[in-house]
Design a protein around this ligand. Structure first.
Ligand code: HEM
Length: 215
């Protein structure tokens, strides 16, 4: 029990810090995304800045809602309090995922790093809703453990932006590659990491005995 609380708190801490970072950076410190847009050198099509920025605001807002809703639904205490709230919150999560994906669909063609980055984003746009749908289908079949495991896989993609920026910094600042090249590596590296890490979590800290209170 103690171990479970610790892992959950760790996840909550990382999620809260990232939400705080995403909200302050994109709405307060750099609302015109100047630093991010300064790296867009390989664009094939012209970017309509006001539209792009508004789409980005919606994107970030629902990304944060998805992160919060997902986090809350992994809490055993929340689940024990009310299954109804867990269900409503689950629908909020699904709606947020869809809105993040739709806004991502608009931004993907203009992605930093050009066409190859765009393709990576479009892959995520397919993978994330499919994984989330699997989680939904499993709970409709009353398969609680499978539902939880698919939700772990789905929730991992809430960390897409964090993973991309960490990998980009590693390759750009650490290994001296160009920013856009590092960003493209970041996009594909994130896909690989965000598919592998949940499998490790499911097989280690997320073993069914830990969630026995779920049932
Ligand atoms: C859930 C957590 C997420 C957050 C907080 C988030 C946040 C952001 C932010 C702040 C940007 C603006 C540029 C930057 O600073 O990176 C951005 C861009 C973008 N995001 Fe997300 N995002 C998230 C997840 C996703 C997911 C899952 C996808 C794919 C389905 C996605 C697709 C995109 C695309 C295509 C762009 C434009 C990239 C570019 O112009 O190079 N994001 N995101």
């Amino acid at each position: 029990m103690k171990r479970q609380v610790t892992w959950y708190n760790l996840l909550a801490g990382v999620s809260f810090l990232f939400i705080l970072y995403a909200l302050t950076k994109n709405y307060i410190f750099d609302p015109e995304a100047k630093s991010f847009l300064s790296h867009k050198t390989l664009l094939n099509r012209e970017l309509n800045l006001p539209v792009w920025l508004n789409v980005m605001y919606v994107h970030v807002a629902f990304a944060c809602v998805a992160m919060l809703a997902g986090l809350l639904n992994f809490s055993n205490r929340f689940m024990q309090k009310s299954r109804k709230l867990h269900r409503i919150n689950g629908y909020i999560y699904i709606a947020s995922v869809l809105l993040v994906v739709v806004t991502s669909g608009y931004m993907a063609p203009y992605a930093t790093g050009g066409k190859i980055s765009s393709m990576g984003f479009n892959m995520i746009n397919l993978i994330w809703p499919m994984i989330t749908l699997m989680a939904f289908v499993q709970i409709k079949k009353k398969q609680v453990i499978r539902h939880r495991n698919w939700m772990i896989r789905s929730y991992a993609f809430c960390f897409t932006n964090m993973a991309i920026h960490l990998l980009t910094s590693l390759f750009h600042l650490g290994f001296g590659l160009t920013y856009s090249g590092s960003y493209t590596i970041g996009v594909y590296g994130s896909i690989v990491l965000l598919l592998i890490i949940p499998e490790i979590i499911i097989r280690t800290v997320g073993k069914p005995r830990v969630i026995s209170t779920y049932l």
